[in-house]
Design a protein around this ligand. Structure first.
Ligand SMILES: Nc1ncnc2c1ncn2[C@@H]1O[C@H](COP(=O)(O)OP(=O)(O)OP(=O)(O)O)[C@@H](O)[C@H]1O
Ligand SMILES: [Mg+2]
Length: 283
């Protein structure tokens, strides 16, 4: 798909014309634009996410990926004139607050809370009684590789374990759409590969829809049903790449000719944008 050229006004019309008929869609974003003072972070980001899809998002640093997630999580409103639909209904960002699970770029574990109490944070905010929330989290510990660590504090955990606590918190907050902002960014290559395989298992088991930001093209392809490549800031979709690799995907799929072909296409698109963003920053 070529780069989007939607202006916010046009996008509203396009989204309205689409109507609420497509039951397969969970999220539809049309011409999402966001300006912070003199900085335009996003400009006409347009994409539709289907229920149960695993969509990965790659793009140069500063192109507006986290801003996009903040909007979909309901923490920021986009500029006027943008259109969003969620579960078939027209929404503004504020309507989405609490309706999607969101793992921000930093894991945000509270150092004074145990693993269990960090994991239940969103449930508590939602009003679930603490005892009940703790019991739910306790049951989930083995699946997240944290059996026996429920009473430990974040500083007693490895980087991979901290990420799993943050992910467990996101999964415990049961919403159909999950936003994961570079969840494995801080991990070494081996732990990362293990976490990717583990995430695919839990995604399939829990039947969620995942939007996943990463800087790693291999990760984007290994995990995704589709990869959205974003342009340099202001961010929009430069390329949508479908990943027709069968699942479950074995680790060695990364050296298959099809994987390498897809990787080459993505790298070309990303490098072009990374160069643009680099030269823009240098000015
Ligand atoms: N609250 C804010 N106030 C002002 N500017 C902001 C704010 N949030 C983001 N920006 C700006 O918007 C642009 C996009 O930032 P964002 O964090 O979305 O990028 P990103 O693609 O997530 O980058 P990275 O890959 O480094 O995480 C940047 O220029 C950033 O400085
Ligand atoms: Mg970011």
């Amino acid at each position: 798909m070529p780069a989007s050229t939607h202006r916010p006004g046009e996008a509203v019309l396009a989204a309205d014309a689409a109507g609420a008929s497509d039951a397969a869609q969970i999220l539809s974003l049309s011409g999402i634009t966001k300006t912070f003072g003199a900085t335009r972070a996003l400009d006409g980001f347009t994409a539709t996410i289907e229920k149960g899809e695993f969509v990965t998002v790659v793009g140069p640093s500063g192109c507006g990926k986290s801003t996009l997630f903040n909007i979909v999580a309901g923490l920021e409103e986009p500029d006027p004139g943008c259109a969003m639909r969620f579960e078939g209904k027209s929404v503004i960002a504020a309507d989405l607050l609490g309706r999607v699970s969101f793992m921000p770029q930093r894991d945000l574990l509270l150092p004074w809370r145990t693993v269990i109490d960090n994991a239940i944070l969103a449930l508590e905010v939602e009003g679930t009684p603490r005892k009940q929330a703790r019991a739910l989290a306790e049951k989930m510990l083995p699946e997240f590789g944290l059996a026996g660590f429920g009473q430990q504090y974040p500083h007693q955990l490895s980087g991979g374990m901290r990420q799993r606590v943050a992910l467990m918190r996101t999964f415990l907050f049961k919403r159909d759409l999950m936003l994961l902002d570079e969840p494995f960014g801080a991990l070494d290559a081996l732990t990362r590969t293990m976490m990717q395989r583990w995430l695919l298992d839990v995604w399939q088991k829990h039947q969620r829809t995942i939007l996943f930001i990463t800087h790693d093209v291999d990760e984007a392809l290994f995990l995704g049903d589709r990869v959205l490549v974003m342009s340099a800031r202001p961010g929009k979709v430069k390329l949508t790449q479908k990943v027709d690799l069968p699942r479950p995907r074995p680790a060695e799929i990364v050296i298959s000719p099809e994987f390498i072909r897809l990787k080459r296409t993505l790298l070309e698109a990303i490098e072009e944008e990374a160069m643009k963003s680099f030269t823009a920053e240098g000015k």
